[in-house]
Design a protein around this ligand. Structure first.
Ligand code: NAD
Length: 474
């Protein structure tokens, strides 16, 4: 006989389920109230969030607003604008063979949603999925990253104040606590983080047949050949690459261009970096730090034996690594992934190093992208519509962005997610609604006209013939 033991974690999940089971989170006014509560939490404590993000990541207040808090506010505003329409049952078509009948899709909440977040955008990636989970009428358990401890502490302190009904609960901790949490049954899990831990999460979810949304990473490539807009492209690129010191899941990972373009491109990148972070980025309050020494050592290891064209300065005590551009030698075998010639091409960089890889042509770049996992994002800087079409048609990635990087994440109308090894499922705006709701088909066929008699034995060949004909129509 097994005796169920109660722990703070099992109690937390049971309490979230008990709240869901009362049905109190289902009515539309309560969902709206929850979204208002989340909006108020951000408004009342924005200084606290800013201080926590500074302490965890050296993220300055403006970046905290633009890349974290505003993304959540935009999700809330978008959701409040559309929620009533999304929540309405929508009519669904019925084939002629089943007529007369009516059908509709009735959205219903799933239950208890677990949200596990990483440290790099520790507020946005925890609370943006929460917007969708609450809008759809679920309760939620949040697991912030232990590697952003100041932010996790603010979340753990403030969530209970703004959700006194217990619809949202927080479990703090690292691997041990997350492992325990993952033994529990949830109705949906959203995990944002590495593919390695994503596999752990999916295995645990399989035990309860819990559906998962996995928001993972990978190497997001860039193609550049737009000579006419070199400076503008360089500015867009360096912001996307070096914001949050390169620790962004959709950051441009490596850049491909033809060899003769490299000198001018490097000059333009150097100018753009100086424009944004001056001659000493370490002194600027809007340049981030590497999250810990382990990551710092991994990143600086990439710089051994390569041609550092820009940056490269570092200070381990401060976990500072300057915005850095390296040029890989011509003739570097065109392979990305574990078999790549240079370590910087073997795994996601996730730091402020941009390698430039000389390739012969856009077609060669497409071939290179396809040598490894499908990336989370792919960025194309070209004036040629044909080249844009080439990348869109021939490669697969979570998203394609032309002439910019990272910013698609801020569009609530676009699904945010990966494909293949960069993730499964998506969220944001209406896609969150679909992720966190079950669109239950409801079919209503009046008994008065007993048309289903035609498909029941004893079969009459003429009637069956008519049914088969009708089934192919509508
Ligand atoms: P991570 O996978 O190490 O950790 C993410 C979360 O999982 C944390 O909350 C952590 O506590 C938990 N965790 C860690 N090890 C665990 C284990 N063995 N069992 C159970 N839980 C465990 O990721 P990270 O270092 O925080 O973030 C970096 C990765 O996340 C990068 O690969 C990046 O690309 C990816 N990422 C993806 C997105 C996206 O939206 N697709 C966004 C940000 C980061």
């Amino acid at each position: 006989m097994t005796i169920a033991t109660s722990t703070p974690i099992t109690d937390t999940v049971a309490a979230a389920r008990a709240v869901f089971d009362t049905g109190s989170t289902h009515p539309l006014p309560r969902r709206v109230a929850h979204l208002h509560a989340l909006r108020n939490l951000l408004a009342d404590h924005e200084a606290e969030f800013e201080a926590a993000l500074w302490s965890d990541l050296h993220k300055n207040a403006t970046e905290a607003q633009v890349t974290e808090l505003e993304v959540i506010r935009a999700e809330i505003a978008h959701t409040l604008r559309h929620l009533r329409r999304w929540a309405k049952p929508r009519r669904a078509p019925i084939p002629l063979a089943l007529m007369p009948a009516r059908a509709r899709l009735r959205p219903e909440p799933l239950g208890v949603v677990l949200i596990i977040a990483p440290w790099n955008y520790p507020v946005q990636l925890l609370l943006a999925p929460l917007v969708g989970a609450l809008a759809a009428g679920n309760t939620a358990v949040l697991k912030p990253s232990e590697l952003a401890p100041a932010t996790a502490a603010v979340i753990a302190r403030r969530i209970p104040e703004y959700f006194p009904d217990g619809a949202v609960r927080v479990v703090e901790g690292a691997v041990a606590e997350t492992t325990e949490l993952l033994r529990e049954r949830f109705d949906h899990i959203v995990f944002t983080g590495s593919g390695t831990v994503g596999r752990v999460v999916m295995r645990a979810a399989a035990a309860h047949l819990t559906p998962v949304t996995l928001e993972l990473g990978g190497k997001s490539p860039v193609w550049f050949d737009d000579d006419a807009h070199l400076d503008a492209a360089a500015r867009r690129l360096v912001w996307a690459k070096f914001v949050n010191a390169g620790q962004t899941c959709v950051a441009p990972d490596y850049l491909m261009t033809t060899p003769e373009r490299i000198p001018a491109l490097v000059n333009a990148l150097r100018t753009a970096i100086a424009e944004m972070w001056g001659s000493d980025p370490r002194a600027e309050d809007h340049y981030g730090r590497i999250v810990n020494e382990r990551q710092f050592d991994r990143l600086t290891g990439y710089l051994d034996g390569v041609d550092v064209a820009i940056g490269g300065r570092r200070d381990r005590a401060e976990r500072y690594l300057a915005p850095t551009v390296v040029v890989l030698p011509a003739g570097t075998p065109p392979v990305v992934g574990p078999d790549a010639a240079h370590p910087v091409l073997r795994e996601e960089i996730f730091g402020p190093i941009l390698p430039i890889l000389p390739v012969a042509s856009a077609a060669e770049a497409v071939r290179l992208v396809k040598t490894w996992d499908k990336p989370l994002a792919l960025y194309v800087f070209t004036a040629s519509a044909q080249t844009r079409e080439l990348f869109e048609r021939e490669t697969s990635s979570g998203a394609v962005v032309h002439n910019a990087g990272v910013v698609h994440v801020a569009a609530s109308g676009l699904p945010f997610g990966g494909v293949g090894a960069s993730g499964m499922g998506a969220y944001h705006g209406g896609y969150s609604w679909q992720t966190f709701s079950h669109l239950k088909p409801v079919l209503n066929k009046p008994l008065a006209l007993d048309t289903l008699r035609m498909i029941a034995p004893p079969y009459a060949p003429r009637e069956i013939g008519l049914v088969r004909w009708l089934m192919r129509r509508g």
